[in-house]
Design a protein around this ligand. Structure first.
Ligand code: SF4
Ligand code: FES
Length: 317
């Protein structure tokens, strides 16, 4: 972030405080002990439904801060957290598009905070996508491609580079502010055995010690799944998928990408079992080929095309 500059950006952040947390704060304000609670608010049974659709206070908060066009949205959020509002919650780790922990909705489009620049995403007020009376978001001009072009030094007369709307990743339950619970996606990936299952002969040295365990592979075989192994499980494709949205109807594109990664690996010997696992009503059969999942994968995977390939492979087997 620039220490001193004449331009600003306004972030409109959709905030959320879950009800349990508010009740706990009220208890503390009354002088009671939060540890006096008889049972955990996050226990199992009927609570699990409440965890999927958490209730709480929702509001939109605006922050206007100094920023340059080349700053990222993550830079701006960190500046807000350090200088204006330490209660603002968001998740990040690597800061460089490698870990996938900071996927959110920016101007209605799922993407990563750390790779989204002010230049690409700030819009002049009044041009953000609007939600109509029936709750539908008009998406005609919501993508980065259509965003107002901002070159260094460009700004409205008041020095504003524009407005950016931030919300948690769609399709997942919000936990707090911009943090969504991506466990449903990670659990689906885990269920599909996301690791290599290969046969190999244990090589030993002449002294009987374990030697290098090699699984040789031709570059052509590597090329079949190498791109898929770039997936960082960020959830951007799932947040873009209208079938995955908010339910159990579809295991989701990220889980299928991980499954496809091992099905296409010549060293793996469980390809048939893996295809059986996804040949279900909520597996490949649920994909409607909308291809919204392809639009913003931060790792450059053409998710929709990969879905198409794996559906064909499962059907042809
Ligand atoms: S396929 Fe791309 S968008 Fe989907 S989870 Fe993996 S990295 Fe993210
Ligand atoms: S913080 Fe790691 S991908 Fe953005």
């Amino acid at each position: 972030m620039a220490e001193a500059n004449n331009t600003t950006v306004t972030l409109q952040v959709h905030r959320f405080t879950p009800r349990a947390e508010r009740a706990e704060r009220a208890e503390r304000a009354r002088g009671g002990s939060p540890f006096a609670r008889k049972s955990s608010p996050f226990g199992g049974g009927s609570d699990s439904a409440a965890r999927r659709r958490p209730r709480g206070k929702q509001w939109v908060q605006e922050y206007t801060i100094p920023a340059r066009p080349e700053d990222t949205v993550l830079d701006c959020l960190l500046a807000i957290k350090r200088t204006m509002d330490p209660t603002l919650a968001f998740r990040y780790s690597c800061g460089h598009g490698m870990c996938g922990s900071d996927a959110v909705s920016i101007n209605g489009t799922p993407t990563l905070l750390c790779t989204a620049s002010i230049r690409d995403w700030a819009k002049q007020p009044g041009t953000l996508p609007q939600v109509d009376d029936e709750g539908f978001r008009h998406i005609g001009d919501e993508t980065a491609d259509d965003a107002t072009d901002i070159e260094a030094g460009d700004s409205a007369n008041d020095g504003s580079l524009g407005v950016i709307e931030l919300a948690p990743l769609p399709g997942f339950p919000p936990q707090r502010d911009l943090i969504a619970d991506i466990d449903p996606m990670l659990n689906q990936i885990r269920k599909l055995t996301p690791y290599l299952e290969a046969d190999g002969v244990l090589a030993t040295t002449s002294e009987g010690k374990v030697d290098v365990f090699e699984y040789l592979q031709h570059p052509d075989q590597l090329a079949k799944y190498e791109m898929l192994s770039n997936c960082i499980a960020c959830g951007v494709c799932e947040g873009s998928c209208p079938v995955f949205a908010g339910g159990d109807a579809f295991i989701g594109p990220a889980a299928l990408i991980w499954s496809s990664r091992f099905i296409n690996d010549s060293r793996d010997n469980k390809a048939m079992d893996r295809m059986d696992d996804i040949d279900t009503a909520d597996g490949v059969a649920a994909c409607q080929s909308v291809r919204a999942c392809s639009r913003h994968c931060p790792r450059g995977i053409d998710v929709g095309e990969e879905m198409w390939q794996i559906v064909a492979k499962v059907r042809e087997r």
